[in-house]
Write a protein that binds this ligand. Sequence first.
Ligand SMILES: *[C@@H]1O[C@H](CO)[C@@H](O)[C@H](O)[C@H]1NC(C)=O
Ligand SMILES: *[C@@H]1O[C@H](CO)[C@@H](O)[C@H](O)[C@H]1NC(C)=O
Ligand SMILES: *[C@@H]1O[C@H](CO)[C@@H](O)[C@H](O)[C@H]1NC(C)=O
Ligand SMILES: *[C@@H]1O[C@H](CO)[C@@H](O)[C@H](O)[C@H]1NC(C)=O
Ligand SMILES: *[C@@H]1O[C@H](CO)[C@@H](O)[C@H](O)[C@H]1NC(C)=O
Length: 234
Amino acid sequence: MSTFERIVLSLIITTTFSVNCSSNNKCVKESSCRCRKDEYSYIDITSVVGDNPYLEDIHGDFTFYFLGCNDKEFNAIISKNNCTGLPIKSSLIMYNSSNNSCSAIGSASNIEFEFAGQSNRDYQLVYNKTGDSAVDPTIRLLCNDFEIPFIKVINVNNNELVLSSPKVCLITQHPGLSAGSIFIIVGFVTAGIYFFGGCLFLYCIRGGRGLELIPNLDFWKSLPGLVRIVKDKK
Ligand SMILES: *[C@@H]1O[C@H](CO)[C@@H](O)[C@H](O)[C@H]1NC(C)=O
Ligand SMILES: *[C@@H]1O[C@H](CO)[C@@H](O)[C@H](O)[C@H]1NC(C)=O
Ligand SMILES: *[C@@H]1O[C@H](CO)[C@@H](O)[C@H](O)[C@H]1NC(C)=O
Ligand SMILES: *[C@@H]1O[C@H](CO)[C@@H](O)[C@H](O)[C@H]1NC(C)=O
Ligand SMILES: *[C@@H]1O[C@H](CO)[C@@H](O)[C@H](O)[C@H]1NC(C)=O
């Protein structure tokens, strides 16, 4: 192989690899609460907010309210906030204390799940081109063991948040073998051992060759006859 051929080959191999790696990380949206990465892995954030009406974080003049992956009503009673613009039905709301206004910055129907690029378990929600915000808000999903969920503002200029909860994790379920497939596998292995072991025995000990190598050959030969007898008796 020439050097040129080697370079071309390695290029083909690396591009194939990288294409598959990146495409494999895609989590395809099934609803505003669910995405599916492949047959066995998915993210489901339906119950992430739990019994709380929302999760909130205050950052300077701004308070962010995450109401979950479905639009929910946000009013003065729920919000304990006397801002203008209420009530609002939304998934993500921002309160601006400089002018005491609340505004929807993310609607559930615009949620997309996006691979966030570092480990292959990192995903984020993107509110794709929506609401009153110039910048698409993003919520990085932080999968961990802390039972109490929280949101945290990372960058207020970009509406960048993190959401921490055990309920934002990528879940992978490999189905166990069913009883039926175990039965079939055991059956094939037993049959294999029977025939292979039988052949070996007949070949080495009995010095059998050709058809003689099939264990219990007489029995197998008589099988069609036996079946006929059983049928006739019925
Ligand atoms: C790699 O990805 C391409 C398309 O992205 C696909 O056609 C191909 O089957 C994949 N190969 C493997 C080994 O998964
Ligand atoms: C909310 O604001 C209105 C006027 O903007 C005022 O009349 C009302 O008393 C306020 N309520 C509370 C609970 O602060
Ligand atoms: C307050 O600021 C928001 C942007 O945060 C703007 O949409 C809204 O119109 C402003 N409201 C008032 C009363 O100035
Ligand atoms: C918050 O309100 C102030 C006062 O109206 C406004 O100048 C500022 O742009 C608002 N901030 C955002 C992020 O909307
Ligand atoms: C946002 O929407 C545009 C067009 O609707 C689409 O091309 C883009 O892929 C979307 N972004 C994400 C992160 O899904």
